[in-house]
Design a binder for this molecule. Sequence first.
Ligand code: PLP
Length: 236
Amino acid sequence: MSPSSPLATDRPAVLVIAATDSSGGAGLIRDVRVLTDHSVDALCVVTAVTAQSNARVLAVHHVPPDVIRTQISAALETRSVSAIKIGMLGTRATVDAVVDGLVSIANEIPIVLDPVLVSSSGGVLLDGEGRRALLERLIPRVSLVTPNVPEAAALLEEPVAQDEAGLIQQGRRLVERGARAVLLKGGHWSGAEATDLLIARAEVAPQAVVRIMSSRVTGSSRGTGCALASSIAAGL
Ligand code: PLP
């Protein structure tokens, strides 16, 4: 019999597929902290190692695709996971490795995808080919994708939406591309309230658009997209 993990194995677990951030503000460390806050265990697949401070991205080392696929199969054979959270992927080769690595789970496990494109310091975290692969190969597999306003536009290769109606149209187009649901994060817009919009396939949620409003927090913080997607995965 193989030895069991020192972690409590009766707690639910989320598989996190993400990159490390040496500043600790975003990425895998942030994800694991949030999951721990929700009393959920984390299994991990490292897609890239990044050297970052809060002000800049200094270097990115992409993990080879075969090592990514092997991490996924090793994690899935370790214990059952209740959800998968996907963060920074970096390149098309990594997107392909993740899609291929997840083939065995078909549609059995909910997947939350945070489409990480750039850091708040301006560093590119997914190249153009990778972005297209995300839209063509990964988004059709996910339960929920969580773009902010500029990410929704970049994924669709369209101009940034100028109003809520335009953003809803982009959300619908992402659902048409195969995501079961899209959570459009409205934090980039101004106003006293930050409104997120949830749009799902008709069979998932019959309401056309669900508005989730909260008071706007001033200032900026690292890793907020990672934290939200991880919290949702913990809830699932
Ligand atoms: N670095 C990594 C490794 C990430 O995964 C993410 C977000 O998911 C970021 C940076 C972006 O975070 P921030 O906007 O806080 O820079």
